[in-house]
Design a protein around this ligand. Structure first.
Ligand code: MN
Length: 233
């Protein structure tokens, strides 16, 4: 059976300084992320054991542990790739157009996702996602790693709002972390995820007026769904 594995970072732990300290990056990757990988694999093994023994008395707890740890693995793997030492600035091309279409402006998008991340009670994430149901970008506020999110969306850019992501450096001033991180976004990575996500077909025609040529925002304004990249099914 396949196992989840901890991916190496594509840059040194200290490469994101001064915005994120090397100490935070090393602990965050080598300890926190590694623990989610280990526990996701262990949980799948426990599910195998339960099935072998036909003993499903702990199935609820195991499913919760799987959702938490596997989602933690996925989100951290995304977060590392969403950042680059030479990041920042603004997206270009079709991603920029879609942000303007779905959030009104880049500034509006930046304010919205910063508020999404900054207002989480407890631990969680802010995320820019592609909603394959309605073919639009939206934000979601993920509690822990897996709660309060939406089915049928593909995460494109994620902001880790857990204390372990910023506390050692920013102490009680977490809003400074949420500002600093805009110097690190790898918009080429986000744009590539956007292009892939747009090709996803959930097979849910008829559950939004978008597919019928209507307009999700009301009469008079037509929002064209972006076309999937050529050559993709
Ligand atoms: Mn984290």
């Amino acid at each position: 059976m396949s196992k989840y594995t901890l991916p190496d970072l594509e840059y040194d732990f200290g490469a994101l300084e001064p915005h994120i300290s090397g100490q935070i990056m090393q602990l965050h990757h080598d300890k926190h992320h590694a623990a989610y990988v280990k526990k996701a694999n262990e949980t799948l093994e426990k599910l195998d054991e339960a099935r072998d023994k036909s003993d499903f008395t702990r199935i609820g707890g195991l499913e919760k542990a799987l959702a938490f740890n596997l989602s933690g693995h996925v989100l951290h793997s995304l977060f590392w790739r969403n950042m680059t030492p030479k990041g920042g600035g603004r997206p270009k091309g079709e991603l920029a157009n879609a942000i303007t279409r779905d959030f009104g402006s880049f500034d509006g998008f930046q304010k919205q996702i910063t508020e999404v991340a900054g207002t989480i009670m407890g631990s969680g994430w802010g995320a820019l996602v592609w909603d394959a149901t309605s073919s639009r970008l939206m934000t979601v506020q993920i509690h822990d790693h897996h709660s309060h999110t939406v089915q049928g969306v593909v995460p494109l850019l994620v902001v880790d709002a857990w204390e372990h992501a910023w506390y050692l450096q920013y102490l009680n001033e977490k809003t400074k972390f949420f500002d600093a991180i805009w110097n690190l976004w790898n918009w080429d990575d986000v744009a590539a995820r956007f292009a892939s996500a747009r090709a996803l077909d959930l097979g849910l025609n008829g559950v939004t007026d978008r597919a019928n040529g209507g307009d999700a925002k009301g009469a008079g304004k037509t929002r064209q769904a972006p076309q999937p990249p050529a050559g993709r099914a």
